[in-house]
Design a protein around this ligand. Structure first.
Ligand SMILES: Cc1cc2nc3c(=O)[nH]c(=O)nc-3n(C[C@H](O)[C@H](O)[C@H](O)COP(=O)(O)O)c2cc1C
Length: 179
């Protein structure tokens, strides 16, 4: 496999084929080793493999979200949750300008999951646009924990074209930003 960082694409169509449990374990092991604020590991994952539950989740996606069908039908949907109070805080006090470092920790876990999936020949798509409150109720997420995104996993049914990226020169600033 070439560089999974470049090879990974958001996949929204999957084969009707289960993911082997060893592969799922490898993906969750990759999630486990993500760095986190103070190593507090605020992330909690809910693995959804029940098609009835997946259909209910799919119904909560924003209208026309291109991931709706795959949330309902893919072999696995992982709900990524985080404990806001466990990231960016020291002794229960917010210690930087940002109160949302848990989003950062969750982002790194997401990338570990998607890259490991790619390395294992699996496809993934991160889904962030849905009714979070209703999804939290559906998945019985406890108070103090927030559901942020879903990651859909499965064997890809097709490889979409590569979307354009900025060139390095367009976003890397040497020395100071506006030099
Ligand atoms: C935080 C986040 C939220 C996203 N939410 C959605 C979503 O709700 N539905 C969807 O189809 N794709 C979603 N995506 C996938 C992006 O559309 C996709 O990553 C982007 O178009 C670049 O394509 P690539 O992943 O193939 O490189 C999301 C990606 C990220 C990082």
């Amino acid at each position: 496999m070439d560089d999974p960082i470049k090879q990974r694409r958001s996949i929204r169509r999957f084969q009707d084929k289960e993911i082997e449990s060893e592969k799922k374990e490898k993906i969750f092991e990759a999630a486990r080793w993500a760095p986190s604020w103070g190593n507090l590991q605020c992330v909690e994952l809910v693995v959804v493999e029940d098609k009835g539950m997946q259909k209910q989740l799919a119904a909560l996606l924003a209208p026309k979200n291109p991931a709706t069908r795959c949330v309902a039908l893919a072999p696995v949907v992982v709900a990524l949750c985080g404990m806001p109070i466990k990231s960016g805080y020291y002794r229960d006090k917010q210690v930087t300008r940002y109160s949302s470092w848990f989003m950062y920790d969750l982002g790194i876990v997401s990338q570990n999951i998607c890259l490991k999936a790619c390395e294992l020949g699996l496809g993934s798509v991160i889904v962030g646009s849905f009714d979070h409150q209703q999804a939290e109720t559906l998945l019985k997420i406890p108070a103090g924990c927030e559901l942020v995104s879903l990651i859909v996993l499965g064997y890809p049914d097709h490889i979409p074209p590569t979307p354009k990226r900025k060139t390095v020169a367009e976003f890397v600033h040497y020395g100071v930003y506006d030099g």
